[in-house]
Ligand binder design. Sequence first.
Ligand code: AMP
Length: 150
Amino acid sequence: MKNFATILVAVDFSDSSDNAFQMALSMAEKFGSHLVVLHVINEPIDLRGFYVPHISYEKLEEEIAEGAEKMMESFSRQHIVGFSDYETMIVPGLPHEQILQQAEDKGAELIVMGTHGRSGLDHVLFGSTAEKVVRKSKLPVLTVRLEEDA
Ligand code: AMP
């Protein structure tokens, strides 16, 4: 049985991932884990330097990164009270690839994420990021479903 020394929680700032985050935080508190809070800037790789001139694309990228930093700061202020053993990470890329990569790089023993994200689609069992991570991860993945009020 692992002690979950490091838990990676993937957040996309949706209600579903907020809910998953609460679960990750409770577990980190219980197990005394280090918590890695990861947000991936979903990079539109195909658009780079094609539809938008390079210079304005870079400016856009900079503004997106600043916006993501602000969202993460406000997320941490709002959701993390009285717990200090955590770090936040913002990386560009494909969410499922980065979740798997960063979990490995950080030596995480558990990945926590929502079953759904910002795209909603409640009729499917898993969103596409959740599905890909569950399918490809060598680590245990805890997916948390947000129960909406009926
Ligand atoms: P999805 O599969 O996209 O509906 O999202 C399911 C879960 O994957 C969300 O609740 C988050 O925990 C995680 N997730 C989705 N997109 C991202 C992202 N860009 N960065 C970090 N986590 C994400």
